[in-house]
Write a new protein. Sequence first.
Length: 80
Amino acid sequence: MNCRNAMEICNEIRIKRWEMMDFAQIHGMSHNHTIRISEELDKLINEYLILQHHTPIEMRVETKDLVVILQEPFYNDYFL
C-alpha cells in the first residue's frame, strides 16, 4: 500500500463506484468485468478503512532529540 491520504482514496472510491454502476447498467451485475470492478472497489474501501483505524504512536529515541510518529493498525481487524 502506498502513502495515499484518505481524501485521495475517497476520490478513487467515488470514481470506481460510478465506473461499476455505469458498466453494470449496460452489461449486468453478473458480468465478469462488473465483478472485477466490484472487487477493485472492495480493495479501495478496505484500504480506506485500514487507514482510518490506524492510531499514531509517539516514540522517542534517547540518543537524539528526535520524535518519530508511527502508525499501528488495530490488529483485531485483520483476524475477523
